[in-house]
Design a protein around this ligand. Structure first.
Ligand code: PMP
Length: 406
């Protein structure tokens, strides 16, 4: 294993000390949501016990402090995405809201009949349905890039599907169902060369490796705070400021306006343009703390997780009747699998009895499951606080489940 003090890291996450059904918790559902380090929990507590006030409004000290902390969190987001400028960093509820925002605000005024939105077959519903709906409203068409049997985007097909009608390409940086890391730089380069804008759903990437939106070359990047060790209810949409400023906002109210008059209202530039009303101040501040927590350990954590993935893959492959779904050469630490004679939900329930939390079902990727002819899979997804001992617990418990289901 690469050098990584996982014992020290685990102490930062209070929940990892609890037991589940009389066993120590083995939390392997990180792709659904990650656990939170104490610094994040404390940041929420500190905000409400020491700083609580509305932002961007008051002249009093508390409001000034809350505003400074909220904007400092935005600076952490910019740093996290490899940016010097916070201008394009919009706080939203999560990746879902970020993608919907682009579909609604960019799509509604830029798409017309005959235009194409190019997706991939491995997208999460959050990166399918908003495009379907905006396509229905504008007359544009959703086009889907197929995936290979190993769970990779078929790049040859992708190139072939790009054309002058392609106005936007939207794809996951990392597949939540399979763990596949898509060739985001190459896909973005090809899409841009075809004249399309690119939105990357970074929900599953941000928790696992360094994201640099400038190096990616994309136009929009969305991720959720709760999957990156921050709270629920907060996330980020980054967009090129000039694109965001040209997009009509879709929620209206306080903070996002420049001037309101019954004769007409003007709006501010990004990011305030898209942050109507009182935002999730404590959530944003705590997300900033979470990102500051992970940035210094990101590279070492990634190497460590890759070693966990290799060990877990080897152990699971040795289990009779177990099939891994999605074996792309580049993956994050996510393993989707099925077992002969057992429904994924049965596997999940049997593992739960051993204190092991995994996800089962379609993972909000029904089209991908259909592609594989499956109703769902069992999915173990790891974070840097997981251990080789937990990989062992998973393998032992699965072996036990296999015998029970046989
Ligand atoms: N995209 C991907 C790839 C995801 O994994 C998820 C969450 N499962 C989402 C989008 C939606 O994220 P959220 O529910 O946090 O908005």
């Amino acid at each position: 294993m690469p050098a990584f003090d996982v014992a020290a890291i685990r102490k930062d996450f209070p929940i990892l000390g609890r037991s589940v059904r009389g066993r120590p918790l083995t939390y392997l559902d990180n792709a659904a949501t990650s656990q939170k380090p104490l610094v994040v929990i404390k940041a929420l507590e500190r905000y409400y016990s020491e700083q609580n006030a509305n932002v961007h409004r008051g002249v009093h000290l508390l409001s000034e402090e809350a505003t400074t902390a909220y904007e400092a969190a935005r600076a952490s987001v910019a740093k996290f995405l490899g940016l010097k400028d916070t201008r394009g960093c919009v706080f939203v509820r999560g990746a879902t809201e970020g993608i919907n925002l682009v579909a609604e605000c960019w799509g509604r005024s830029n798409l017309k009949a005959g235009d194409e939105i190019l997706l991939t077959h491995l997208e999460h519903h959050a990166n399918i349905v908003p495009w379907q709906v905006i396509a229905e409203r504008t007359g544009a068409k959703v086009v889907v890039t197929p995936v290979t049997p190993r769970g990779e985007v078929d790049l040859v097909a992708f190139k072939g599907l790009l054309n002058a009608r392609t106005k936007l390409v939207a794809f996951a940086h990392v597949s939540n169902a399979l763990g596949t890391v898509n060739p985001a730089v190459e896909m973005t380069r090809l899409a841009k060369a075809a004249g399309a804008l690119v939105l990357i759903d970074g929900c599953q990437a941000a928790a696992h490796f360094k994201v640099d939106v400038t190096a990616l070359g994309c136009d929009f990047y969305a991720f959720s705070g709760h999957k990156t060790f921050g709270p629920t209810g907060i996330g980020v949409l980054w967009g090129r400021p000039e694109l965001l400023d040209a997009m009509p906002p879709y929620q209206f109210g306080g903070d996002m306006i420049r001037k309101v008059d019954f004769a007409g209202t003007t709006f501010r530039e990004a990011p305030e343009r898209f942050e109507a009303g009182t935002p999730d101040i404590s959530g944003a501040i705590a997300l900033g703390v979470a990102l500051e927590y992970i940035m210094p350990i990101q590279a070492a954590a990634h190497a460590y997780e890759q070693a966990l993935l290799a060990a877990a893959t080897e152990r699971l492959k040795a289990i009779k009747g177990l099939t891994i779904v999605g074996e792309a050469p580049e993956k994050v630490a996510v393993i989707s699998f099925n077992m002969e004679g057992g429904h994924p939900h049965d596997i999940g329930t049997l593992l739960d009895a051993d204190g092991i939390a995994i996800r089962t079902g379609h993972h909000c990727c029904m089209p991908l499951m259909k592609h594989y002819g499956l109703s769902g899979t069992a999915r173990a997804s790891f974070a840097f606080y997981n251990t080789l001992e937990e990989v062992d617990c998973l393998a032992v418990s699965l072996e036990k489940a296999r015998k029970m289901m046989a």
